[in-house]
Design a protein around this ligand. Sequence first.
Ligand SMILES: [Cu+2]
Length: 145
Amino acid sequence: MKTLVALLALFAFTASANAETYEVKMLNRGTAGAMVFEPDYLKLKPGDSVKFIATQKSHNAATIDDMIPEGATPFKGKIDEELQVTFDKPGFYGIKCIPHYAMGMIMLIKVGDDQALPQSYRDHKQPGIAKKRFDDIFSRVDKGE
Ligand SMILES: [Cu+2]
């Protein structure tokens, strides 16, 4: 019995040790231009986490309504605060910085394999530069990147 408990503990440890944490910077200016998440597209395994880092001021990270998998929990970080989120539910997550959404401060997170990007994400009405930047990310998703 003791051996079984020890084995179970080892499995639990291994599972959590395999989960990774990715860092995303929130920037006034990055390599892709002004007001960006860097990187702007991430592919995760279920259980991986993302740490949104307030590298520069006045940014936050929040899920976009209707751009998260069914049953996933929306989140909304506070301005200027680091936020760590664990993504358990497979699918695509559209993320925005609330103050700079129309300036194109968005990103996409894919969790799990074998997910097709839902058409509703492509049809989602995006303000200002967010549309162009999402179209660019979607074309990378389509290429299998
Ligand atoms: Cu911002």
